[in-house]
Ligand binder design. Structure first.
Ligand code: ARG
Length: 455
Protein backbone atom coordinates (compact mmCIF):
# COMPACT_ATOMS: atom_id res chain seq x y z
CA UNK A 1 0.00 0.00 0.00
CA UNK A 2 1.45 3.36 -1.00
CA UNK A 3 1.44 6.28 1.36
CA UNK A 4 -0.82 8.98 0.06
CA UNK A 5 -1.14 12.64 0.88
CA UNK A 6 -4.86 13.41 1.34
CA UNK A 7 -6.49 16.66 0.25
CA UNK A 8 -6.43 17.98 3.81
CA UNK A 9 -2.81 16.95 4.50
CA UNK A 10 -0.82 20.07 3.56
CA UNK A 11 0.05 20.98 7.10
CA UNK A 12 0.87 17.44 8.09
CA UNK A 13 4.54 16.52 8.44
CA UNK A 14 4.15 13.20 6.61
CA UNK A 15 1.68 11.41 4.37
CA UNK A 16 -0.93 9.13 5.87
CA UNK A 17 0.17 5.70 7.00
CA UNK A 18 -1.12 2.90 4.80
CA UNK A 19 -2.62 1.42 7.94
CA UNK A 20 -4.63 4.58 8.56
CA UNK A 21 -5.82 4.63 4.94
CA UNK A 22 -6.95 1.06 5.12
CA UNK A 23 -9.18 1.90 8.06
CA UNK A 24 -10.14 5.43 7.06
CA UNK A 25 -10.87 5.14 3.34
CA UNK A 26 -14.50 4.65 2.35
CA UNK A 27 -14.27 4.81 -1.45
CA UNK A 28 -14.66 1.03 -1.75
CA UNK A 29 -18.27 1.38 -0.57
CA UNK A 30 -19.28 5.06 -0.75
CA UNK A 31 -18.72 4.94 -4.51
CA UNK A 32 -22.38 3.88 -4.46
CA UNK A 33 -23.14 7.58 -3.76
CA UNK A 34 -21.34 8.68 -6.92
CA UNK A 35 -24.40 9.81 -8.90
CA UNK A 36 -25.84 11.67 -5.89
CA UNK A 37 -22.47 13.28 -5.16
CA UNK A 38 -22.27 14.72 -8.66
CA UNK A 39 -25.90 15.83 -8.50
CA UNK A 40 -25.27 17.64 -5.19
CA UNK A 41 -22.15 19.30 -6.60
CA UNK A 42 -23.95 20.53 -9.71
CA UNK A 43 -26.62 22.14 -7.51
CA UNK A 44 -23.91 23.62 -5.27
CA UNK A 45 -22.17 25.07 -8.35
CA UNK A 46 -25.44 26.80 -9.27
CA UNK A 47 -25.82 28.11 -5.72
CA UNK A 48 -22.24 29.45 -5.75
CA UNK A 49 -22.92 31.21 -9.02
CA UNK A 50 -26.08 32.81 -7.62
CA UNK A 51 -24.07 33.88 -4.56
CA UNK A 52 -21.53 35.40 -6.97
CA UNK A 53 -18.74 33.22 -5.63
CA UNK A 54 -18.35 31.75 -9.12
CA UNK A 55 -18.63 33.64 -12.37
CA UNK A 56 -21.10 32.43 -14.94
CA UNK A 57 -18.31 30.97 -17.04
CA UNK A 58 -16.61 29.26 -14.09
CA UNK A 59 -19.92 27.69 -13.09
CA UNK A 60 -20.50 26.55 -16.66
CA UNK A 61 -17.07 24.93 -16.86
CA UNK A 62 -17.48 23.23 -13.49
CA UNK A 63 -20.91 21.88 -14.40
CA UNK A 64 -19.70 20.57 -17.74
CA UNK A 65 -16.73 18.87 -16.08
CA UNK A 66 -18.98 17.34 -13.42
CA UNK A 67 -21.20 15.93 -16.18
CA UNK A 68 -18.09 14.46 -17.80
CA UNK A 69 -16.95 12.89 -14.53
CA UNK A 70 -20.44 11.44 -14.07
CA UNK A 71 -19.87 9.26 -17.13
CA UNK A 72 -16.86 7.56 -15.56
CA UNK A 73 -16.92 4.52 -13.35
CA UNK A 74 -15.82 5.28 -9.80
CA UNK A 75 -12.73 3.31 -8.75
CA UNK A 76 -12.64 1.13 -5.63
CA UNK A 77 -9.45 2.51 -4.12
CA UNK A 78 -6.75 5.12 -4.47
CA UNK A 79 -8.68 7.98 -2.85
CA UNK A 80 -10.08 8.63 0.56
CA UNK A 81 -13.72 8.71 -0.43
CA UNK A 82 -16.03 9.37 -3.36
CA UNK A 83 -16.05 13.13 -2.66
CA UNK A 84 -12.26 13.34 -2.84
CA UNK A 85 -12.18 11.25 -6.00
CA UNK A 86 -14.75 13.44 -7.81
CA UNK A 87 -12.76 16.53 -6.84
CA UNK A 88 -9.51 14.94 -8.04
CA UNK A 89 -11.19 14.13 -11.35
CA UNK A 90 -12.33 17.76 -11.65
CA UNK A 91 -8.81 18.97 -10.89
CA UNK A 92 -7.43 16.75 -13.66
CA UNK A 93 -9.82 18.41 -16.09
CA UNK A 94 -9.95 22.00 -14.82
CA UNK A 95 -6.84 22.61 -12.76
CA UNK A 96 -7.19 25.17 -9.91
CA UNK A 97 -10.79 26.06 -10.80
CA UNK A 98 -11.83 22.66 -9.42
CA UNK A 99 -10.71 23.91 -6.01
CA UNK A 100 -13.43 26.58 -6.02
CA UNK A 101 -16.27 24.06 -5.85
CA UNK A 102 -15.70 23.35 -2.19
CA UNK A 103 -16.21 27.03 -1.20
CA UNK A 104 -18.54 27.32 1.76
CA UNK A 105 -19.13 23.58 1.77
CA UNK A 106 -17.79 20.66 3.78
CA UNK A 107 -17.75 16.96 3.19
CA UNK A 108 -20.01 16.84 6.22
CA UNK A 109 -22.98 18.51 4.56
CA UNK A 110 -21.93 16.96 1.23
CA UNK A 111 -22.17 13.38 2.46
CA UNK A 112 -25.36 14.22 4.35
CA UNK A 113 -27.09 15.46 1.20
CA UNK A 114 -25.72 12.58 -0.90
CA UNK A 115 -27.12 10.07 1.55
CA UNK A 116 -30.52 11.79 1.73
CA UNK A 117 -30.82 11.81 -2.05
CA UNK A 118 -29.83 8.15 -2.13
CA UNK A 119 -32.24 7.20 0.68
CA UNK A 120 -35.16 8.96 -0.99
CA UNK A 121 -34.58 6.79 -4.05
CA UNK A 122 -34.08 3.65 -2.00
CA UNK A 123 -37.30 4.29 -0.06
CA UNK A 124 -39.29 4.92 -3.24
CA UNK A 125 -37.86 1.71 -4.72
CA UNK A 126 -38.71 -0.29 -1.57
CA UNK A 127 -42.23 1.07 -1.64
CA UNK A 128 -42.69 0.00 -5.28
CA UNK A 129 -41.33 -3.49 -4.58
CA UNK A 130 -43.56 -3.91 -1.53
CA UNK A 131 -46.62 -2.87 -3.54
CA UNK A 132 -45.72 -5.45 -6.19
CA UNK A 133 -45.74 -8.20 -3.56
CA UNK A 134 -49.02 -6.85 -2.17
CA UNK A 135 -50.46 -6.83 -5.68
CA UNK A 136 -49.55 -10.49 -6.25
CA UNK A 137 -51.15 -11.45 -2.92
CA UNK A 138 -54.32 -9.42 -3.54
CA UNK A 139 -54.70 -10.98 -7.00
CA UNK A 140 -54.52 -14.45 -5.45
CA UNK A 141 -56.91 -13.44 -2.72
CA UNK A 142 -59.52 -12.45 -5.31
CA UNK A 143 -59.41 -15.91 -6.87
CA UNK A 144 -59.13 -17.84 -3.60
CA UNK A 145 -61.65 -15.86 -1.56
CA UNK A 146 -63.69 -19.02 -0.92
CA UNK A 147 -60.88 -21.62 -0.80
CA UNK A 148 -60.99 -23.19 2.68
CA UNK A 149 -57.93 -24.21 4.63
CA UNK A 150 -57.24 -24.70 8.32
CA UNK A 151 -56.21 -21.59 10.23
CA UNK A 152 -53.61 -22.14 12.95
CA UNK A 153 -52.71 -20.83 16.37
CA UNK A 154 -49.67 -22.24 18.19
CA UNK A 155 -49.00 -24.10 14.91
CA UNK A 156 -52.06 -26.29 15.64
CA UNK A 157 -55.24 -26.41 13.59
CA UNK A 158 -57.62 -23.89 15.13
CA UNK A 159 -60.54 -22.76 12.94
CA UNK A 160 -61.13 -22.76 9.21
CA UNK A 161 -60.19 -19.71 7.15
CA UNK A 162 -59.90 -19.16 3.42
CA UNK A 163 -56.63 -19.01 1.53
CA UNK A 164 -57.65 -15.55 0.30
CA UNK A 165 -57.94 -14.41 3.91
CA UNK A 166 -54.42 -15.69 4.59
CA UNK A 167 -53.13 -13.74 1.57
CA UNK A 168 -54.82 -10.54 2.72
CA UNK A 169 -53.31 -10.80 6.19
CA UNK A 170 -49.91 -10.28 4.54
CA UNK A 171 -51.31 -7.52 2.35
CA UNK A 172 -52.22 -5.59 5.51
CA UNK A 173 -48.66 -6.01 6.83
CA UNK A 174 -47.29 -4.78 3.53
CA UNK A 175 -49.59 -1.73 3.59
CA UNK A 176 -48.10 -0.82 6.94
CA UNK A 177 -44.62 -1.30 5.50
CA UNK A 178 -45.47 1.00 2.60
CA UNK A 179 -46.77 3.62 5.00
CA UNK A 180 -43.51 3.36 6.98
CA UNK A 181 -41.67 4.14 3.73
CA UNK A 182 -44.01 7.08 3.08
CA UNK A 183 -43.42 8.48 6.57
CA UNK A 184 -39.67 8.05 6.19
CA UNK A 185 -39.77 9.75 2.79
CA UNK A 186 -41.67 12.72 4.19
CA UNK A 187 -39.18 13.14 7.04
CA UNK A 188 -36.14 12.67 4.78
CA UNK A 189 -37.37 15.43 2.49
CA UNK A 190 -35.10 18.17 3.90
CA UNK A 191 -31.87 19.33 2.32
CA UNK A 192 -28.81 19.52 4.60
CA UNK A 193 -26.56 21.16 1.98
CA UNK A 194 -25.52 24.63 3.15
CA UNK A 195 -24.86 23.45 6.70
CA UNK A 196 -21.14 23.27 5.87
CA UNK A 197 -18.91 21.61 8.48
CA UNK A 198 -21.26 22.20 11.41
CA UNK A 199 -22.10 25.87 11.88
CA UNK A 200 -23.74 26.76 8.56
CA UNK A 201 -22.23 28.13 5.36
CA UNK A 202 -20.91 31.68 5.61
CA UNK A 203 -21.83 32.33 1.96
CA UNK A 204 -25.08 34.08 1.00
CA UNK A 205 -26.73 30.89 -0.27
CA UNK A 206 -30.48 30.72 -0.87
CA UNK A 207 -30.93 27.37 0.82
CA UNK A 208 -34.64 27.12 0.03
CA UNK A 209 -33.90 27.44 -3.67
CA UNK A 210 -31.01 24.96 -3.39
CA UNK A 211 -33.30 22.49 -1.62
CA UNK A 212 -35.98 22.79 -4.31
CA UNK A 213 -33.42 22.36 -7.04
CA UNK A 214 -32.37 19.04 -5.52
CA UNK A 215 -35.98 17.92 -5.23
CA UNK A 216 -36.35 18.45 -1.48
CA UNK A 217 -39.40 20.03 0.14
CA UNK A 218 -37.31 22.39 2.29
CA UNK A 219 -33.84 22.95 3.79
CA UNK A 220 -32.93 21.52 7.20
CA UNK A 221 -33.40 23.99 10.04
CA UNK A 222 -30.27 23.49 12.17
CA UNK A 223 -26.75 23.00 10.83
CA UNK A 224 -25.43 21.08 13.86
CA UNK A 225 -28.29 18.62 13.59
CA UNK A 226 -28.17 18.46 9.80
CA UNK A 227 -24.56 17.22 9.52
CA UNK A 228 -24.98 14.55 12.17
CA UNK A 229 -28.57 13.45 11.63
CA UNK A 230 -28.90 9.93 10.25
CA UNK A 231 -32.53 9.37 11.23
CA UNK A 232 -33.51 8.85 7.59
CA UNK A 233 -31.07 5.93 7.37
CA UNK A 234 -32.44 4.50 10.62
CA UNK A 235 -36.00 4.90 9.32
CA UNK A 236 -35.05 3.05 6.14
CA UNK A 237 -33.36 0.24 8.06
CA UNK A 238 -36.38 -0.08 10.33
CA UNK A 239 -38.91 -0.02 7.48
CA UNK A 240 -36.82 -2.62 5.63
CA UNK A 241 -36.23 -4.85 8.64
CA UNK A 242 -39.93 -4.78 9.50
CA UNK A 243 -40.95 -5.59 5.92
CA UNK A 244 -38.46 -8.45 5.80
CA UNK A 245 -39.77 -9.71 9.10
CA UNK A 246 -43.26 -9.83 7.59
CA UNK A 247 -41.99 -11.62 4.51
CA UNK A 248 -40.05 -13.99 6.74
CA UNK A 249 -43.30 -14.98 8.42
CA UNK A 250 -44.87 -15.49 5.01
CA UNK A 251 -41.85 -17.59 4.05
CA UNK A 252 -42.22 -19.66 7.20
CA UNK A 253 -45.91 -20.31 6.41
CA UNK A 254 -45.21 -21.26 2.81
CA UNK A 255 -42.35 -23.55 3.86
CA UNK A 256 -44.78 -25.34 6.17
CA UNK A 257 -47.71 -25.38 3.71
CA UNK A 258 -45.49 -26.79 0.95
CA UNK A 259 -43.84 -29.39 3.22
CA UNK A 260 -44.44 -33.11 2.78
CA UNK A 261 -46.54 -32.98 5.95
CA UNK A 262 -49.03 -30.37 4.65
CA UNK A 263 -48.79 -30.46 0.87
CA UNK A 264 -51.29 -27.59 0.52
CA UNK A 265 -48.97 -25.78 -1.86
CA UNK A 266 -46.33 -26.73 -4.38
CA UNK A 267 -43.46 -24.49 -5.42
CA UNK A 268 -42.94 -24.22 -9.18
CA UNK A 269 -39.67 -25.88 -10.25
CA UNK A 270 -38.24 -22.59 -11.42
CA UNK A 271 -38.44 -21.21 -7.88
CA UNK A 272 -37.30 -24.34 -6.06
CA UNK A 273 -33.86 -25.83 -5.49
CA UNK A 274 -32.54 -29.38 -5.39
CA UNK A 275 -30.07 -31.45 -3.42
CA UNK A 276 -26.69 -32.55 -4.75
CA UNK A 277 -27.15 -35.86 -2.93
CA UNK A 278 -30.87 -36.65 -2.68
CA UNK A 279 -32.51 -36.69 -6.10
CA UNK A 280 -36.04 -36.53 -4.68
CA UNK A 281 -35.56 -33.20 -2.90
CA UNK A 282 -37.30 -29.99 -3.87
CA UNK A 283 -36.16 -27.36 -1.45
CA UNK A 284 -37.53 -23.91 -0.53
CA UNK A 285 -34.12 -22.15 -0.46
CA UNK A 286 -35.70 -18.94 -1.73
CA UNK A 287 -37.96 -18.77 1.30
CA UNK A 288 -35.24 -19.80 3.73
CA UNK A 289 -33.07 -16.99 2.41
CA UNK A 290 -35.90 -14.51 2.97
CA UNK A 291 -35.96 -15.71 6.58
CA UNK A 292 -32.18 -15.38 6.80
CA UNK A 293 -32.14 -11.91 5.30
CA UNK A 294 -34.80 -10.79 7.78
CA UNK A 295 -32.45 -11.82 10.58
CA UNK A 296 -29.53 -9.95 9.07
CA UNK A 297 -31.58 -6.80 8.48
CA UNK A 298 -32.75 -6.85 12.10
CA UNK A 299 -29.11 -7.13 13.18
CA UNK A 300 -28.08 -4.25 10.92
CA UNK A 301 -30.81 -2.07 12.44
CA UNK A 302 -29.69 -2.90 15.98
CA UNK A 303 -26.05 -2.21 15.07
CA UNK A 304 -26.98 1.09 13.48
CA UNK A 305 -28.92 2.32 16.51
CA UNK A 306 -25.93 1.43 18.67
CA UNK A 307 -23.67 3.40 16.30
CA UNK A 308 -25.77 6.56 16.70
CA UNK A 309 -26.32 6.54 20.40
CA UNK A 310 -23.89 8.63 22.38
CA UNK A 311 -22.27 10.47 19.44
CA UNK A 312 -21.32 14.00 20.52
CA UNK A 313 -22.58 16.79 18.26
CA UNK A 314 -21.87 17.32 15.46
CA UNK A 315 -20.22 15.09 12.82
CA UNK A 316 -18.10 12.14 13.99
CA UNK A 317 -16.34 9.65 11.77
CA UNK A 318 -18.36 6.79 13.24
CA UNK A 319 -21.02 8.08 10.86
CA UNK A 320 -19.00 6.85 7.90
CA UNK A 321 -20.19 3.39 8.91
CA UNK A 322 -23.80 4.38 8.23
CA UNK A 323 -23.48 3.38 4.61
CA UNK A 324 -22.85 -0.34 4.27
CA UNK A 325 -26.03 -1.40 6.12
CA UNK A 326 -28.26 0.82 3.97
CA UNK A 327 -26.52 -0.26 0.76
CA UNK A 328 -26.89 -3.88 1.81
CA UNK A 329 -30.58 -3.41 2.58
CA UNK A 330 -31.26 -1.98 -0.87
CA UNK A 331 -29.54 -4.95 -2.52
CA UNK A 332 -31.42 -7.34 -0.26
CA UNK A 333 -34.81 -5.81 -1.00
CA UNK A 334 -34.03 -5.69 -4.72
CA UNK A 335 -33.41 -9.45 -4.62
CA UNK A 336 -36.09 -10.48 -2.14
CA UNK A 337 -39.17 -8.49 -3.19
CA UNK A 338 -39.37 -9.57 -6.87
CA UNK A 339 -38.59 -13.17 -5.92
CA UNK A 340 -41.38 -13.27 -3.34
CA UNK A 341 -43.82 -11.55 -5.74
CA UNK A 342 -43.08 -14.16 -8.41
CA UNK A 343 -43.41 -17.02 -5.94
CA UNK A 344 -46.73 -15.76 -4.58
CA UNK A 345 -48.13 -15.53 -8.09
CA UNK A 346 -46.80 -18.94 -9.15
CA UNK A 347 -47.29 -21.25 -6.18
CA UNK A 348 -49.73 -24.07 -7.02
CA UNK A 349 -52.56 -24.86 -4.63
CA UNK A 350 -53.79 -28.35 -3.85
CA UNK A 351 -57.32 -27.17 -3.06
CA UNK A 352 -58.57 -30.69 -2.41
CA UNK A 353 -55.96 -31.30 0.29
CA UNK A 354 -56.58 -27.90 1.83
CA UNK A 355 -60.34 -28.51 1.87
CA UNK A 356 -59.85 -31.98 3.36
CA UNK A 357 -57.70 -30.56 6.15
CA UNK A 358 -60.18 -27.72 6.71
CA UNK A 359 -63.04 -30.23 6.93
CA UNK A 360 -61.56 -31.69 10.15
CA UNK A 361 -64.67 -31.24 12.29
CA UNK A 362 -62.65 -30.46 15.40
CA UNK A 363 -62.03 -27.06 13.80
CA UNK A 364 -65.74 -26.43 14.25
CA UNK A 365 -65.90 -27.24 17.97
CA UNK A 366 -66.31 -23.55 18.80
CA UNK A 367 -69.12 -23.32 16.24
CA UNK A 368 -70.91 -26.16 17.97
CA UNK A 369 -70.55 -24.33 21.28
CA UNK A 370 -71.91 -21.19 19.56
CA UNK A 371 -74.99 -23.19 18.50
CA UNK A 372 -75.73 -23.93 22.17
CA UNK A 373 -75.22 -20.29 23.14
CA UNK A 374 -77.73 -19.41 20.42
CA UNK A 375 -80.27 -21.31 22.52
CA UNK A 376 -79.34 -19.37 25.66
CA UNK A 377 -76.65 -21.69 27.12
CA UNK A 378 -73.86 -19.53 28.60
CA UNK A 379 -70.72 -19.86 26.47
CA UNK A 380 -68.59 -21.29 29.33
CA UNK A 381 -71.13 -24.07 29.85
CA UNK A 382 -71.39 -24.68 26.10
CA UNK A 383 -67.56 -24.89 25.87
CA UNK A 384 -67.55 -27.50 28.67
CA UNK A 385 -70.25 -29.63 27.02
CA UNK A 386 -68.45 -29.62 23.67
CA UNK A 387 -65.20 -30.45 25.47
CA UNK A 388 -66.81 -33.51 27.04
CA UNK A 389 -68.30 -34.53 23.69
CA UNK A 390 -64.86 -34.28 22.05
CA UNK A 391 -63.41 -36.52 24.77
CA UNK A 392 -66.22 -39.07 24.33
CA UNK A 393 -65.80 -39.03 20.55
CA UNK A 394 -62.08 -39.67 20.94
CA UNK A 395 -62.55 -42.71 23.20
CA UNK A 396 -65.40 -44.08 21.11
CA UNK A 397 -63.42 -43.42 17.89
CA UNK A 398 -66.46 -41.56 16.57
CA UNK A 399 -66.92 -38.11 15.13
CA UNK A 400 -68.59 -35.18 16.88
CA UNK A 401 -71.37 -35.35 14.32
CA UNK A 402 -72.24 -39.03 14.50
CA UNK A 403 -72.12 -39.40 18.29
CA UNK A 404 -75.79 -39.43 19.40
CA UNK A 405 -77.19 -36.23 20.96
CA UNK A 406 -76.43 -36.05 24.67
CA UNK A 407 -75.34 -33.71 27.48
CA UNK A 408 -77.78 -31.06 26.27
CA UNK A 409 -76.38 -31.11 22.72
CA UNK A 410 -79.28 -31.67 20.34
CA UNK A 411 -79.26 -32.88 16.78
CA UNK A 412 -80.23 -29.41 15.48
CA UNK A 413 -77.04 -28.09 17.14
CA UNK A 414 -74.99 -30.56 15.11
CA UNK A 415 -75.91 -28.69 11.93
CA UNK A 416 -73.26 -26.21 13.07
CA UNK A 417 -70.64 -28.80 12.09
CA UNK A 418 -70.62 -27.59 8.52
CA UNK A 419 -67.56 -25.97 6.99
CA UNK A 420 -69.36 -23.68 4.53
CA UNK A 421 -71.73 -22.50 7.20
CA UNK A 422 -68.90 -21.88 9.66
CA UNK A 423 -66.97 -19.80 7.12
CA UNK A 424 -70.08 -17.86 6.09
CA UNK A 425 -70.88 -16.91 9.70
CA UNK A 426 -67.62 -14.96 10.05
CA UNK A 427 -68.92 -12.04 8.09
CA UNK A 428 -68.22 -9.22 10.52
CA UNK A 429 -65.76 -6.70 9.13
CA UNK A 430 -62.28 -8.25 8.90
CA UNK A 431 -63.59 -11.84 9.06
CA UNK A 432 -62.95 -14.81 6.78
CA UNK A 433 -66.45 -15.21 5.25
CA UNK A 434 -65.85 -15.70 1.50
CA UNK A 435 -68.03 -12.69 0.61
CA UNK A 436 -66.04 -10.53 3.01
CA UNK A 437 -62.74 -11.81 1.66
CA UNK A 438 -63.79 -11.13 -1.93
CA UNK A 439 -64.80 -7.62 -0.93
CA UNK A 440 -61.56 -7.11 1.05
CA UNK A 441 -59.52 -8.33 -1.94
CA UNK A 442 -61.21 -5.80 -4.22
CA UNK A 443 -60.63 -3.03 -1.73
CA UNK A 444 -56.96 -4.10 -1.34
CA UNK A 445 -56.49 -3.93 -5.10
CA UNK A 446 -57.96 -0.42 -5.12
CA UNK A 447 -55.68 0.66 -2.27
CA UNK A 448 -52.66 -0.77 -4.09
CA UNK A 449 -53.55 1.07 -7.30
CA UNK A 450 -54.01 4.32 -5.37
CA UNK A 451 -50.70 3.87 -3.55
CA UNK A 452 -48.90 3.08 -6.80
CA UNK A 453 -50.34 6.29 -8.24
CA UNK A 454 -48.90 8.31 -5.37
CA UNK A 455 -45.29 7.31 -6.05
N1 ARG B 1 -16.41 9.67 4.05
C1 ARG B 1 -16.97 10.50 5.04
C2 ARG B 1 -18.26 9.88 5.58
O1 ARG B 1 -18.79 9.09 4.93
C3 ARG B 1 -17.28 11.86 4.48
C4 ARG B 1 -17.31 12.94 5.51
C5 ARG B 1 -15.95 13.20 5.99
N2 ARG B 1 -15.93 14.22 6.95
C6 ARG B 1 -14.95 14.39 7.83
N3 ARG B 1 -15.05 15.34 8.66
N4 ARG B 1 -13.93 13.56 7.87
O2 ARG B 1 -18.73 10.19 6.66
Amino acid sequence: MTRRRNQWGSGFAEPASARLSRLNDSLSFDRALFAEDVEGSIAWTEALREARVLTVSEARRLTAALREVAKREAPRSGHEDVHSWVEAELARRLGPLAGKLHSGRSRNDQVAVDLRLWLKRALAEARRGLLDVAHALAARARVEAATPMPGYTHARRAEPVTFGHWCLAYVEMLFRDVSRCDDALARADECPLGSAALSGTPLPIDRALLARRLGFARPTANSLDAVSDRDAAADYLYAGAMALSHLSRLAEDVIAFSSDEHRFLELPDRLATGSSRMPQKKNPDLLELVRGHAARAAGDLAGFLALLKGLPLAYDKDLQLDKEPVFRLRDTLAAVLPAVAELVAAVRLDRARMAEAAADERLLAADLADALTGRGVPFREAHARVGRRLARARTARRTLADLPPSDGIESRDLAALDLGRALGRRRALGGTAPLRVAEAARSASRRIAAARGRS
